[in-house]
Structures are given as C-alpha cells and as structure tokens.
Write a protein that binds this ligand. Structure first.
Ligand code: ATP
Ligand code: MG
Length: 234
C-alpha cells in the first residue's frame, strides 16, 4: 500500500533521514521503533507532506505522493495522529471531530462519527466540552477520533500511548486492534516497544536516520540488540 524508497530529509544542516526504505502492506499493522531523535516523527511528517523529502520516493497505492500536498494526501486516504495530541483546545470535542473530516466529499461522515463515539464513549459524553479542558487521555482519544473522521485507509499514529497511565495504555492498544479489525491499515510509532512489537505484523528499527533492523514483531522481540536497547533487558 505504502512504499518508501531511499528517503532523505534535512532540517537545515541536520540529515534527519539518511535514506530509509520501508513498506506498509494493506491491512497490516507495521511499527517503527527507535530512540529519541531517531527520525520516527520525521518519517510520518514526510509521508503526510508536512516535511519535504530532499531525495527518495513515497508511493501510495502505486501513486507517487512524494510532492503531494497534505490535503491531497489526506484525500487519498492517509491520516496521522500527531505526537503530543494536538487537538484544537478552543474548539469543542464535536468541532474537533468534524474538522477531521473537512476534506471529505462522501456522505458517510455521520456513520464515522457514530463509529468514533462507539470506540470512545467518553468523547460522546463530552462532545460539547472544549478540547483544551479534556484530560490528557481524553485528548489522546480525541486525536485518534479526529484522524479517523477523515476515513483513512492508512492510519499513522505517533506515540499514542505516551504519558498515559498503564490502564489507559492497554486501552489504547486494544482500540488500535479494534480499528485494525475494522479494515484500517496502521503504521504505529511507539516508545512502548514491547507492546508495539507484540501487536505488529512487522517492525522496523530506526537509529539516527537509518533503518538498522527489520522483521516480524516476533523476530524483533527475540533479537538480543532489541531486547537490550529497546526492552531494557540484560
Ligand atoms: N523542525 C525541526 N528543525 C530542526 N531539526 C529538527 C526538526 N524536527 C526534528 N528535528 C531533528 O531531527 C531529528 C529527528 O527528529 P524526530 O522528531 O523525527 O525524532 P523521533 O524519532 O520522532 O524522536 P522522539 O522519540 O523524541 O519523538 C532530531 O535530531 C531532531 O532534533
Ligand atoms: Mg517523535
């Protein structure tokens, strides 16, 4: 579905992505793990057209989207839940959700709103509340719900469990599974490498702008270097 080939990204003099290649097949859950500053968010931002690639290609369902605008990319079926739950604080929950669907031309917005409310009943209870007054966990749910309102076929999530209490982390992973079972393809970035690799069909390990390892979730969980560096084992 998504293919990235030899992607290079610079921020001024910083070579943030040094030629990464990866694939996200349809209907799979793929995870990207790596230390702080490795380039995970940069990868997602580049796919979304928020950051420009200096070289390399990104294709989605066979179409080259390397230079497409973010609006075009969303309309083609890719959305992102950004790092740090960037909801619009002065808008209500419902307004945030409708904004997620602003590029849509189909008439199924109401159906997806109902689906989002069934995934996150808490959001339904609080639909008139200003997003900035939601708890951190609720804002994360809203960020996921807003991304789903664009009716993506590929949902990319940048550290959805960051800063959440353990029970809520479990809940987020359960919901990712449920979203996947509804037919969405998922590209997931996680600090919680163990949970991400247990969930994912396939994973990539990013180290300072390069992919250094890849394999099925199971294979990566069994690798010594992954266990030491990302799972904190001896
Ligand atoms: N807007 C920017 N301007 C300059 N440098 C940037 C910018 N955004 C990211 N970088 C740099 O690019 C590198 C990759 O950053 P990125 O945010 O992609 O890392 P990450 O893997 O998502 O890290 P984290 O786990 O901390 O979120 C880092 O060295 C970072 O300082
Ligand atoms: Mg990041």
């Amino acid at each position: 579905m998504l293919k990235i080939h030899d992607l290079h990204v610079y921020y001024g003099g910083i070579h943030a992505l040094e030629g990464i290649s990866l694939e996200v097949p349809a209907n799979k859950i793929i995870t990207l793990i790596g230390a702080n500053g490795a380039g995970k968010s940069t990868t997602l931002r580049t796919i979304c057209g928020l950051v420009r690639a200096a070289a390399g290609t990104i294709t989605f369902n066979g179409v080259d989207i390397t230079r497409a605008s973010t609006t075009q990319i969303v309309q083609m079926g890719i959305t992102m839940v950004p790092e740090g739950r960037r909801v619009f604080p002065d808008l209500t929950v419902l307004e945030n959700l409708y904004l997620g669907g602003y590029t849509r031309k189909d008439s199924e917005v109401k159906r997806d709103l109902d689906w989002v409310f069934s995934l996150f009943p808490r959001l339904k209870e609080r639909k008139g509340q200003l997003a900035g007054t939601l708890s951190g966990g609720e804002q994360q749910m809203l960020a996921v719900g807003r991304a789903l309102m664009a009716n993506p076929t590929l949902l990319m999530m940048d550290e959805p469990s960051l800063g959440l209490a353990p029970l809520l982390v479990q809940e987020i992973f359960r919901i990712i599974k449920e979203i996947h079972s509804e037919g969405k393809t998922i590209l997931l970035i996680e600090q919680n490498a163990r949970a991400a690799l247990q969930l994912a069909d396939y994973g990539y390990v990013l180290e300072t702008g390069r992919i250094v390892l890849s394999g099925t979730g199971k294979e990566l969980l069994a690798r010594d270097e992954v266990r030491k560096v990302y799972l904190g084992e001896e």
